[in-house]
Design a protein around this ligand. Structure first.
Ligand SMILES: [Fe+2]
Length: 188
């Protein structure tokens, strides 16, 4: 792993070593602890980075993983869930995050949304529903975000809703070479 990411991995590793049960409160504390560090990462340039997923770190026991997502322009994703705790942080551009809820009867409704600007983070933790959808709007700035996902996250497959709001399983895209990101990011 590039030394650039070591302070970030260290904080999350320390969190997972001392917290076996995750709550919205504990994840919120982790988000607050990460915040000063995350604000130190700066991109040297952000033009035409190949969109996709880049893996920073995967924990040996799958207690957590950290990824970078580079979005295509005008991106609108499907409603999906992660079934674990997580923190997402926007480094560049912005993300519109729509939150969805699943009723006991199995239907879905939108319960709100927010715009995460560059430098902002959001966290989620079961049992609070983490069904959500992200989009980048028509911004001319390429959106780059960092995602920390908790225990038992499946790096290869995800659960999505199709156009009829039926839950379907789908394969995630292959990871791209993290060196592409390491070359253009600085921590200071
Ligand atoms: Fe997500």
């Amino acid at each position: 792993m590039n030394t650039l990411w070591k302070p970030l991995v260290y904080i999350v590793e320390k969190y997972t070593a001392t917290n076996k049960i995750h709550t919205m409160e504990s994840i919120c504390k982790l988000q607050q602890e990460l915040f000063p560090l995350l604000s130190k990462y700066h991109f040297k340039k952000v033009t035409d980075i190949p969109y996709g997923r880049y893996l920073i770190h995967q924990d040996d026991r799958n207690l957590f993983n950290i990824q970078i997502d580079v979005f295509s322009f005008n991106y609108t994703g499907k409603i999906h869930c992660h079934n674990t705790w997580g923190i997402l942080h926007v480094f560049n551009g912005f993300l519109f995050v729509e939150d969805w809820n699943k009723t006991k009867e199995g239907s879905f409704f939108s319960r709100g949304g927010l715009i995460l600007k560059d430098g902002s983070s959001q966290s989620f933790c079961p049992p609070i529903s983490d069904w959500h959808k992200v989009s980048t709007g028509e911004s001319l700035h390429q959106t780059i975000s960092m995602h920390i996902y908790g225990n038992n996250f499946n790096l290869n497959k995800g659960i999505y809703l199709d156009d009829e709001f039926q839950e379907i399983e789908g394969y995630r895209s292959e990871f791209k070479d993290i060196e592409t990101i390491n070359k253009i990011i600085q921590c200071y």
